[in-house]
Design a protein around this ligand. Structure first.
Ligand code: BES
Ligand code: MN
Ligand code: MN
Length: 458
């Protein structure tokens, strides 16, 4: 039996195993779930053993956050390249729970999709490579390339453990290319390779006015209201056409070349289907750019949450003392999160009247945007692999999400990353009813096998 046959014969077993992993609520953003993230790491260690990987290590976080998992198989020979595979086993919180059709940590298959938090982002996609390695080792007794895995439990919380580990373990992680499955493809019958990711800068704003909540009849008109001020600040961050109003925000944005715009214009992007999935009435944004450009190659700013004032039943006439807001900016090359942080904060402070005090977040995080040259040899291997796995040549695209480790691999290990995604725009990442399209899971395992095989020939 060859490795592809092995993957095909063991579909049900692989699905059952993934379901087992998805039952663990490894929510990294909430420290109450720390033991669960640990369990998800232990589970991965066991499954790597089963797959035949070696030197498996569970690496505790020096910051008392979440552990890393390392494993390798290095017997392909000195002349063969080494692939460093990355994935994350932490997940986003499942809220709002009432909007799930089945509980987020009780995985369920419906219409060929596996519904569970983490099914697509990123346990399902990480598991693909563990199973590809298992298929190759069980049937051929060896891998066509040397393989190292480094997996983390802090991707969704912008954690520090991996960022600290990378520069200190350059030799351990030395490789020729990084392979990351934590993105998507255009559609189930049109595979694509992502060569660009946006970065992000995330911040919190606390606006405080009076030291206690006040009766709005007795104090309204005489004491400024922090919630009104916050509304004013938010309105000054971005206009109704989608232009960010922070001075200097666009200074370092690398403009798209005519060539790249032409390439992106050719993408078979299903705009109607994409819109229908959102339930919004129409697409929106900067009018000088196409939708595909706006989503992958233009920066933006969004408010994610506002806490303030009375939100219970009925009316309550109150001036709140303190209100809070969460906001992030998606960044593109060559914007720098540190520089954006300063510009953002200066702009917010410049809009705030002296009736309030402003406090920003303490542990704000950023991720540097990245672009990979798509003519390098492992990209060619990835192209062949998708063609074999999906029966169709992949197209190249940029995506709007952020994966902090990609720029860190570039910076600390000098590694380019092949983003071999298997998600779909309808996977509902971070939303209720997150799901992984099962044909993509199975094709993903085959595509990974093809990639390791093709890259071994290069
Ligand atoms: N897998 C996503 C990133 C992603 C999603 C990239 C879809 C491309 C397409 C990742 O787990 C994620 O959610 N990242 C966060 C980054 C953060 C918390 C620093 C994001 O993009 O919001
Ligand atoms: Mn992810
Ligand atoms: Mn995510």
């Amino acid at each position: 039996m060859n490795s592809i046959d092995y993957a095909r014969e063991n579909k049900q077993k692989h699905l059952d195993e993934l379901i087992d992993w998805l039952r663990i609520p490894s929510i990294s953003t909430d420290m109450a779930y720390k033991p669960e993230v640990q369990k998800a790491a232990d589970w991965l260690v066991d499954s790597m053993k089963t797959a035949g990987l070696e030197n498996i290590q569970l690496i505790e976080s020096p910051f008392d956050l979440h552990p890393l998992v390392y494993a390798d198989w290095l017997h392909a020979g000195e002349d063969k390249p080494t692939v460093l595979i990355y994935g994350h086993f932490d997940v986003q919180p499942p809220d709002p729970l009432e909007l799930w059709d089945s509980p987020p940590f009780e995985p369920e298959v419906r219409d060929n999709n596996l519904y569970a938090r983490g099914s697509s982002d990123d346990k399902g996609q990480t598991f693909i490579h563990v199973k590809a390695v298992e298929a190759l080792l069980r049937t051929e007794g060896k891998l066509p390339v040397n393989v190292k895995f480094i997996c983390e439990g802090e991707e969704e919380s912008g954690g520090r453990t991996l960022s600290d580990f990378l520069p200190k373990n350059k030799e351990l992680l030395k490789a020729d290319v990084a392979l990351v499955s934590d993105t998507g493809i255009l559609s189930a019958d049109q595979p694509s390779i992502t060569y660009g990711l946006r970065g992000i800068y995330y911040d919190y704003i606390d606006v405080t006015g009076p030291s206690i909540d006040l009766h709005s009849g007795m104090f309204g008109g005489g004491i400024d209201n922090p919630l009104n001020v916050l509304g004013h600040i938010i309105a000054g961050l971005k206009d109704l056409d989608g232009n960010v109003l922070i001075p200097g925000f666009y200074d370092d944005v690398r403009e798209l070349s005519a060539e790249e715009r032409a390439l992106l214009a050719q993408l078979p992007f299903d705009e109607a289907g994409w819109l229908a999935h959102t339930g919004a009435s129409r697409v929106w944004g900067e009018s000088d750019y196409t939708l595909v450009e706006r989503l992958g190659a233009r920066p933006t700013l969004d408010v994610h949450g506002i806490i303030g004032g009375y939100t219970g039943e009925g009316g309550k006439t109150v001036l709140p003392s303190t209100v809070h807001c969460k906001v992030s900016m998606r960044l593109v090359p060559d914007q720098d999160p540190e520089k954006i942080k300063k510009q953002f904060r200066d702009h917010v402070l410049s809009m705030a009247p002296d009736t309030v005090t402003i406090k920003f977040g303490d542990d704000t995080h950023g991720s540097i945007p990245s672009i990979t040259d798509y003519s390098i040899p492992p990209m060619k291997a990835a192209k062949k692999a998708y063609t074999a796995g999906f029966g169709k040549e992949p197209v190249f695209m940029r995506e709007g999400g952020s994966i902090p480790v990609v720029a860190e691999f570039q910076e600390h290990l000098g590694l380019e990353t092949v983003l071999m995604g298997f998600g779909l725009p309808t996977d509902a990442l971070h939303s209720p009813n997150e799901n992984f399209h099962l044909p993509n899971f199975y094709r993903g395992i085959e595509t990974s096998i093809h990639f390791l095989t093709e890259y071994g020939k290069a």
